[in-house]
Design a binder for this molecule. Structure first.
Ligand code: S3P
Length: 438
């Protein structure tokens, strides 16, 4: 693996100031590409996320028969959809790379494709649990074989002939929910699913916008088989999970005053903003409107004194699950104790994020202890220089870089190349916010 290192030289960095946009939301881009592939006609994904994860989704959809053209300079992707039921058996193995969302959701699409599809991924993805999505798809009639009785990829799936079923999902997971709904579009009867807790709801909003017959009542979703979806223009809002690194950086670097515009503000994703204001960050959120039922708007943050908090529960954790690594950095700068609980899912993300973050933060001098389902952090810390290992996890790498902004000594992040999976523009935007480029 190629490892690029990030160095930050001392002394203290410049504050983050001005107004920025971050690239499009990764979760929404994956879904826009998939739904467009099932639509009738040509869709446009504007402000698409062009990180490696979404590129993996696009290339697998091409193998399944969609025609995809990217205009990278303008962050636009055109998709010629094949209609519901129109994708075809792929000639090649479907390699999802590092992307859990790609692998789990494409399984739902493949369940609706007549014939055999084989999905695989990189070394990290091959270690991540898949039974959560394999089990409900099997209940719908897909035949799936894989390592560990179907809990680990590579997985072979024989699709077609699906029936709608009533499912009670064992865990709240937007990836699993998405896979079941994409399969449900192809089933012979209605699919009903009940989630034990709320997970991000982009799929429901976007499928409904494209004309799927879908009804949501609290944690129960009912989808009727849908013969056709409309081609759409998806103007993707900025990714709050990418913005998180810049927002936290602005909150912890004195003198910062940063605004991020056109940011996705779907309430199932905005837990970070609530936690930041609970911790005392000066934060201002303005919802500007909705596109395809997805709220978007502007967020401003100023550096301020922070205090610790408790982050827990089935309501709050899913709304900021991907932001918890950088929240750990925020907590390191806050007065008192921060406790993160009920976040055991962190152990099966791109890395074991509880272990990676606690190990790295301790090397940087933070008083951080791991818990089975979270972590306990006592601040404020004075970060010291160290070499920390993100273990190939993009969100850990960017979190350590944010910590580096508060260190008087150089912080070196190993495993930096992983940043290209979600936010290749991170260093460029950070530099712009710090006034380092024109
Ligand atoms: C995602 C859902 C979340 C999240 C992941 C992206 C998605 O996982 O952590 O990074 O786009 O559906 P869950 O499937 O556990 O909700």
């Amino acid at each position: 693996m190629s490892i690029r290192r990030l160095w930050r030289s001392s002394p203290a960095p410049s504050p983050l100031r001005g107004t920025l946009e971050v690239p499009g939301d990764k979760s929404i881009t994956h879904r826009a590409l998939m739904i467009s592939s099932l639509a009738s006609g040509r869709s446009l994904v504007a402000n698409a996320n062009l990180g490696e994860d979404c590129r993996a989704t696009a290339s697998l959809l091409e193998l399944l028969g969609a025609a995809i053209t990217s205009d990278e300079a303008n962050y636009q992707v055109e998709v010629e959809g094949r209609g519901v039921g129109g994708l075809r058996e792929p000639e090649h193995v479907l390699d999802a790379g590092n992307s859990g969302t790609t692998m789990r959701t494409i399984l739902g699409l493949c369940a609706g494709v007549e014939g055999l599809s084989v999905v695989t991924g990189d070394a990290t993805l091959l270690r991540r649990p898949m039974l959560r999505v394999v089990a409900p798809l099997r209940q719908m009639g897909a035949r799936i074989e894989g390592r560990a009785f179907g809990d680990r990829a590579p997985l072979a799936i024989r699709g077609g002939d699906l029936s709608g079923v009533d499912l009670r999902l064992p865990i709240a997971s937007a990836q699993v929910k998405t896979a079941v709904l994409l399969a449900g579009l192809h089933a012979t009867g209605p699919t009903t699913l009940i989630e034990p807790g709320a997970s991000r709801d982009h799929t429901e909003r976007m499928l409904a916008a494209a004309g799927a017959r879908l009804r949501v009542e609290s944690n129960r979703i009912r989808l009727e088989p849908t013969p056709a979806l409309s081609a759409m223009t998806w103007d993707v809002p900025g990714d709050i999970s990418s913005a998180a690194f810049l927002l936290v950086a602005a909150a912890i670097v004195d003198g910062s005053d940063l605004t991020i515009t056109n940011l996705g503000l779907n309430p199932s994703r905005t837990g970070l903003l609530d936690v930041m204001s609970r911790m005392g960050a000066e934060i201002d959120v303005r919802v500007a409107g909705k596109r395809f039922d997805e709220p978007f708007g502007d967020v401003s943050v100023r550096g301020s004194e922070l205090t610790g908090t408790t982050i827990e529960g089935a309501e709050e954790i899913p709304t900021l699950i991907d932001e918890l690594p950088v929240v750990a950095v925020l907590a390191s700068c806050a007065e008192g104790e921060t406790l993160i609980r009920n976040a055991q899912e962190l152990r099966v993300k791109e890395s074991d994020r509880i272990d990676v973050m606690c190990t790295g933060l301790r090397e940087l001098g933070v008083d951080c202890s791991p818990e089975p389902d979270g972590m306990r952090i006592r601040g404020p810390s004075v970060f010291k220089g160290a070499e920390v290992d993100a273990r190939g996890d993009h969100r850990a790498a960017m979190s350590f870089a944010v910590a580096g902004l508060r260190s008087e000594e150089p912080v070196v992040v190993k495993g930096w190349s992983s940043v290209s999976t979600s936010f290749p523009e991170f260093l460029d935007l950070l530099g712009r916010a710090q006034g380092r480029y024109g």
